[in-house]
Design a protein around this ligand. Structure first.
Ligand code: ATP
Ligand code: MG
Ligand code: MG
Ligand code: MG
Length: 470
């Protein structure tokens, strides 16, 4: 089943069950606590918190999500991307557990035709009700596993609704990993759909594993998320999220640029997938108004671009990689996401400018790095100084991870503690010397500003959020 049909099957199923179709919100959320949209429920938060009365009691959406917290998993697991589409159904004080479970089961087994005995369920350890409902629907006890707070309990991170969750996982077979269910192996039993049952109210100061539940909510709600990329991988028998029809044309572009096929395993495979996957995130972020910057969302974008470029160079792609790969994303996905076409020119200009400038600094930085490695060895020291790593990051835009990788290849470590201290000092200085610096930074941003004329501004929301998100 093609991804276009997966989307319409989902939307049709829930519209015919009384759900209002709500378009995806932009990746830049209307929420000061969040750097980038990372779940379908983000835009409905005011409804769940009771701040706004929803105009409908059931909704369905296909939400663009960015999760840079998963960046290191790309190419290493089969199931993680930094950008993905999350399909969801939501109940605001309307139906609850029983219907949410019945809907998910019916859609997966009938709508998408997944084999019942390949579906494994996880429920929260105390949630007898959920287990009972799954048993009643026909899932044998042997394929239901109970997990704790860490995996199967959800809360918003602020005082408000929370509750147990239940996940539907698909067994991809012994070629993918160990037997024993999702509690044992998340690659073989890949999580595809998460159902959150908001039934409790949590108070201030709560921490995972140690929280006061202030009782049951009168208005119980449902929040679910089904990953389009993961479902497409299963329905298209693709090994991973980089080779479904959502990304295959881009994967081919990367292979064309590299002049060879991607291998099926190893570090090269990772590089092919990183370049492919990041190209999509980059295109979507720019289309929604994010521009490269030293901090905030702009830094996330910059990090994705630089990472994709580095991996492309490793594959021997010496010419520009981002313009062609983002163009292929636009070509493949703009029917569904027309903002890509609308911002195609901007995407091309931004990625070209960033790649040209990073390519220059990459060359200069590499020389500095090589010299530092030689010097460190000569001194018979095991660690590259934090100062070097900091200068590389600050002046040459070398992300710390790149320096660490290069050092590791040379049998060295990096004094990351010193690096962190220097970064901290710099942040403090930046805060103190605020205005003048900002003016200078703004002048530097002029090129991007011209490119971005007419796009919504991105605001910097602080390092706290950046750290939480990445
Ligand atoms: P995992 O445990 O595999 O990291 P998760 O529990 O973090 O997934 P949820 O937060 O429950 O994921 O998100 C709901 C659904 O969105 C998941 O069941 C999955 O289908 C999809 N999803 C989550 N993270 C990613 C990702 N990085 N790439 C692709 N799809 C994802
Ligand atoms: Mg996760
Ligand atoms: Mg999970
Ligand atoms: Mg989950």
């Amino acid at each position: 089943m093609r991804s276009t049909q997966i989307r319409t099957t989902f939307t049709d199923f829930f519209t015919s069950r009384g759900h209002q179709v709500v378009p995806s919100s932009p990746l830049i959320p209307d929420d000061p606590t969040l750097l980038l949209a990372n779940a379908g429920m983000n835009q409905f938060k005011p409804y769940f918190l009771g701040e706004t009365t929803p105009p409908f009691s059931r909704a369905t959406s296909i939400q663009k999500c960015a999760r840079t917290s998963d960046i290191d998993n790309v190419g290493r697991t089969n199931r993680h991307a930094t950008f993905f589409e999350m399909m969801g159904n939501f109940s605001f004080g309307d139906y609850f557990k029983e219907d949410a479970i019945a809907f998910a089961w019916e859609l997966l087994t009938q709508g998408y035709g997944l084999e019942k005995d390949k579906l494994w369920i996880t429920v929260f350890e105390d949630d007898d009700e959920a287990e009972h409902l799954w048993r009643r629907i026909g899932v044998p006890a042997s394929r239901i596993q109970r997990l704790g707070m860490e995996d199967n309990y959800w809360s918003m991170g602020v005082p408000g609704p929370s509750g147990p969750s239940s996940e539907l996982n698909y067994d991809r077979g012994p070629a993918f990993g160990k037997e024993g269910g999702p509690a044992i192996d998340g690659e073989r039993y890949v999580e595809i759909w998460n159902l959150v049952f908001m039934q409790h109210l949590r108070g201030e100061g709560d921490k995972k594993g140690n929280f006061p539940i202030h009782g049951e909510l009168t208005n119980k709600s449902i929040d679910t998320g089904l990953g389009l990329d993961r479902l497409a991988a299963i329905l298209q028998d693709a090994q991973n999220v980089c080779t479904t029809d959502l990304l295959l044309p881009t994967f081919h572009t990367v292979q064309d640029l590299a002049g060879r096929q991607a291998p099926s395993e190893g570090e090269e495979k990772v590089s092919f997938q990183v370049v492919t996957e990041h190209a999509r995130s980059i295109a979507f972020l720019i289309a929604d108004g994010v521009l490269p910057a030293k901090d905030g969302r702009g830094y996330i974008l910059r990090r994705l671009m630089r990472r994709a470029i580095r991996h492309a160079r490793r594959l021997g792609i010496d010419g520009l990689v981002l313009p062609a790969t983002t163009a292929s994303v636009i070509g493949n996905l703009s029917d569904v996401w027309p903002e890509l076409t609308g911002q195609a020119a901007l995407i091309e200009q931004v990625v070209t400018a960033e790649e040209e400038s990073f390519t220059r600094t990459l060359a200069q930085g590499t020389r500095l790095l090589d010299a530092a490695i030689t010097h460190t060895r000569e001194k018979r020291s095991a660690a590259l100084p934090g100062e070097t790593a900091f200068e590389l990051a600050d002046t040459y835009g070398f992300p710390l991870e790149l320096t660490v990788e290069a050092a590791r290849e040379a049998g060295l470590t990096v004094d990351e503690e010193r690096f962190a201290a220097l970064l901290d000092e710099q942040k403090k200085r930046a805060k103190a010397g605020g205005k003048a610096k900002t003016a200078e930074a703004l002048r530097k941003m002029d090129t991007y500003r011209e490119l971005a004329a007419g796009l919504p501004r991105t605001e910097f929301l602080g390092y706290e959020h950046l750290t939480a998100e990445t």
